[in-house]
Design a protein around this ligand. Sequence first.
Ligand code: ARG
Length: 576
Amino acid sequence: MLDFKKEIAEAIAKTVELNSNELYSFIEVPKDSENGDYAFPCFKLAKELRKSPMMIAEEIKGKIELDNNIIEKVDVVSGYLNFFVNKNKLAEEIVNEFSNNKEYGKSEIGRGKNIVIDYSAPNIAKPFHIGHLRSTVIGGSLYKIYKYLGYNTIGINHLGDYGTQFGKMIEGYTMWKDEYDIEKDPINQMMDIYVRINNLCKEDEAVLERCRNNFKKLEDGDPYCVELWEKFKDLSLKEFQRVYDLLGSQFDSWNGEAFYSDKMPEVIDILEKTGKLQESQGAKIIDLEDKGINTPIIIKKSNDSTTYATRDLAAILYRARTYDFDKALYVTSYEQVLHFKQVFETAKLLGLDEKYTNGLEHVSFGMVLLPTGKMSTREGTVVKLEDLLNESIERAQKVIEEKNPELENKEDIAKKVGIGAVIFNDLSNNRIKDEVFDWDTILNFQGETGPYVQYTYVRTKSIIEKAGYNIEDIENGAILGDISIEELKDKDSQNILKLLYSFEDVLVQVTDKNEPSILSRYLIDLAKAYSAFYNANKVIVEDEKVKNARVFLTYATGKVLKIGAELLGIQMPDKM
Ligand code: ARG
C-alpha cells in the first residue's frame, strides 16, 4: 500500500533540505482526527534550523508541494503541520489491497531474521498455573505475529524439568509412594508430595540434605533417580498437553532445562578461563557489582550441583549456535527480572558475538491477581489453569444458553468464547501491569473483551449474508472489483478505513515493543468503529452502489478482526 507518511516526509524534505528518513521518524498520528491524519512537530527541527517551531511550520507550509490526490490539505496549528489524507486515495488503496491480498497485513519485513521465543515453560511435577498461562499466551501471540511479518520464528518450551525440586520429589516419593496413586491424578498427587516434603525440609535439615544429594545423583545419571524423573516428566507432560490443546499452543522445541545438563561443563570452563569465577562459601559465583547488579550470579552450588542460571547460560550458547538468533525473547513474570539481568550480563563473558548478547531480551509481565490474592506453588495455594479454562467454557456456555439457546454447535462455540475470553483478558493491558482476574469483566459481551470482538466479527458475517453474499464469494472477487470509492468518504467509513490502513503498522509496533496488547487494543478500536458505523448507516439499502461499498467495509472489518484475533491465539466462532 502507498505509504502516506513517506509521501509527507519526502515533501517536507524538499522544503528544508533534510534527510527524509529522519523526518519520517518524527511524523505522528494525532489522537484527535480533527487535527489531521498525520502531524509533523516542527519543534524537532528548531535546533537545527535555528528558528521557532511556528516559523518553521509557516515556512514549510508556504513552500511544500503536495500531490492533492494523495494529501488533500495541510494546516498549521501551534508549531505543528497537520496533514489530511485524500479520502478517495485512502479508500482506493484499501480496496486494492483487499482485492490483491488474501492475507491482509502480512509482510516480509522480517525475512532472513531469526527470532527465538522462550515461553510457557511450566515446571514438571507442579501444576500448570495461571502465571504460566500469561507466558503461554503472550509468547504464543508474539510467535504468531513475528511469523506473520515474515520472521523465522522458533518457539521453545524451556520446561522446568531439572533442579533441586526433583531431588525433593524423589525423596518424598520414595518415602511415601504407598500412600499415593500418582498415575491416577498425577499433578495433584505429585503436588501433595511436593508440598509435604517441602514442609519436612523446613523442619529437618537432614532431609533437605538428602534431597540435595538426590538431585546431584540425578545429574550424575543414577538409574533409580533418572527413572523416577522420567516418570514424573511423562505424567506431567500428558497433563500439560491438555492445556495446550485447549489453548492451541505449539512449540518447535521442547528442550527443557535437563537438555543442557551435558552442555554446562563448557560454560563453566569458559567462565573459569575469564578469571571471574570466584569461590564463596563453597559455591562458585561471579560478582556483578561493577555492572550495577548487587547480587552475584551463582554458577555452581556448594554441593557442586548447577543452577537455573547456569542452564540458561548453556541455553544461550546452544541457541546462538543452533538458531543464529537475531533476537532471543524470554517471556516470564517480572519476578525473574534479576535472574535475567544476571544471566544476560554473564552471557557477555561467553565469547559470543555481540549480535547475540544484544539480542537477548526479557519480556516480563505482571502477576495475575485472583480475588484470593497472589498464588504460590510452594504453599500449595494455586489455581490450576485447566480448571480455570474449563470454568470459563462453562460460564460461556451458560451465557449462550441464556441468550441464544437455539444455536447449533453450542459446545464448540462455548469453547471458542470461553478460551478466547481468557486469552483476550490476558492480552488486553500493557503486559507489565498486574492483571486482575474477574469473571464478570472477562465474559462481558459488551465490554472491551474477547467475546465483544468475536461478537462483532459474527455480526459482520451475518450482515454480509443478509445482504445476499457470502465471505467466500467476496474473497473470490464478487464485489471487490466494483466498489464505488465515492460511497466511502463519510466520517464513519473513513474511521474504519484508517484503522484498516494501520493494521500492518500495528503489528510492527507489537514486535518493536513485544507488546501484544497493542493489537488487542486495536481490535477493540476497530470493533467500536464498526459499531459506530453500523449504528449510523444501514448496510442493506436499495442503491446497489451504496450497499456494495458498505458490504465491503463490513467484510474488510470482519476479515481484519479475524486475522487479528487469530494472531492473538483466539478462534472466531461462525455464530454466537
Ligand atoms: N520454568 C520457569 C518458571 O516456571 C520459567 C522458565 C523460563 N525460561 C528460561 N529460559 N528461564 O518460572
